[in-house]
Design a binder for this molecule. Sequence first.
Ligand code: NAD
Length: 428
Amino acid sequence: MGDQSFNAFKMAQAQFDAIAEKLGLDHATRDLLRNPDKEFHFNIPIKMDDGTYKVFRGFRCQHNDARGPSKGGIRFHPQETIDTVRALSMWMTWKTAVVDIPLGGGKGGVICDPHNLSLNEQEKICRGWVRQVYKNIGPLQDVPAPDVMTTAQHMIWMMDEYEVLAGAKYPGVITGKPVGIGGSLGRVEATGYGVIFTLREALKEEDVDIKNTSASFQGFGNVAQNAMKLYHLLGGHIIAVSSWNNSEQKAYTIRKEDGIDINKLLMFTNKFGEIDIEEAKSHAYEVLDADAWMKQDVDILIPAALENQINAKTVGLISDKVKFIVEGANGPTTPEADEVLKEKGVLVIPDFLANAGGVTCSYFEQVQTNINYYWTKEEVLEKLDETTTSAYHKISTLARKKKLYMRDAAYLISIQSVAEACKLRGWV
Ligand code: NAD
């Protein structure tokens, strides 16, 4: 979002076009799948705490629902754009298909910065967002979830507003709810754990012992923190991590060659995943520039912050020692950078497989909501492991058999399955 010249939607369409060509999809199917089915743009007027009025811009895109109701997060970000939301909704369609859950793809957003908004103002934005799309979302239409800078609290406000408007209980309208009010145990861990389940399988296939590996992360939010926890639990060594410093409006990387202790780091990290740089210095961390996370001599890079981070300009910064990149974030690698990484033989586990743990657990939340019976955290994470591992091997097997880059193999499987669903329904 930061780089004005980068357009996530153009990138998502370019990725789709290349695979559509490989699959020999007909013109109508390409036309259908390269754009969202529906999109909503709307104003959310709010009375601020100081008595002034402010209008926020909100979006919802439903890319495709041939395989089931649209599913995807709502992001709060000051640089949110409709094209980012479009791209992310398309990636959600491929993501739900790649892990073979009966859902489609959607995404939403609001141009706002929760750092500068009181909880009261955030609640009004959540309720205003729901009022604008009330008729177009729902358990059988489109089910939102948390994403960048939105939390379980935001989801419960949204669910409550929906229920007020509907005059009945609809816990299935949203996922990522707090545990005890319809949420699933394991949702907090799900995306980060899913990232590491795919990494674990890739390392096994390459005959690499995770205990002999080191990793560097971009971002220290929900995805990165939980990925780090499991990676550490499995014996991996975390050397560096970067995060956004809001007061200086720039990112920093912090490094500790002998390994980062996540629990200690959490003690001086705020709820937005922002590491306090002064505290980091006082705890003997080296403080480096924003890009330093990807310059490290590690085996594994895990971008888990934003899109467009490994691009034509930055891919050259990556050390030759790096053999695995696991995309925790959505769209962190551009097609130009993919070409360089392919050439270098780096195994890139693509975003819509690597970070599908969140939506898979959201699906588990829907299942539990529907049967009105909730599983233990162990049961949820076990089911998540099974689904993720099975999806990983389906893609890896195709990639190995046809000598494909893993992203291309994942796209082939998911686009084919969505195209087939559209055909079976007689849409194209
Ligand atoms: P989050 O808001 O919890 O954390 C984001 C982190 O990135 C924070 O630590 C922030 O400081 C850091 N950051 C922001 N800008 C940065 C920059 N320029 N350089 C370095 N660090 C920066 O977000 P999250 O939920 O962890 O999501 C991270 C990524 O994963 C996003 O791309 C999101 O779309 C994707 N994702 C999240 C989920 C989920 O379940 N949370 C699921 C799938 C994909």
